[in-house]
Design a protein around this ligand. Structure first.
Ligand code: SF4
Length: 63
């Protein structure tokens, strides 16, 4: 699983709060970023949840 965060991110940090091991907030870009190129198996469920909950639909999952 790969994840990208699009420019639509509105920076509410929901994903960061939900899973700080995967998502971090970039203060320079004013958007969230992903810490991994390939998402580790153990985070897949929470990453899917973050994508589902993202109000800006900015978290795109690529299998
Ligand atoms: S939940 Fe979506 S809009 Fe909010 S910080 Fe994460 S990627 Fe950005």
């Amino acid at each position: 699983m790969k994840v990208i965060i699009t420019k639509n991110c509105m920076g509410d940090r929901n994903c960061n709060n939900l899973c700080p091991d995967v998502f971090q907030y970039d203060e320079d870009q004013l958007k969230s970023t992903v810490k991994f190129d390939q998402i580790p198996e153990k985070y897949k469920a929470v990453v899917q949840r973050a994508a589902d909950e993202c109000g800006a639909k900015a978290i795109e999952i690529k299998e």
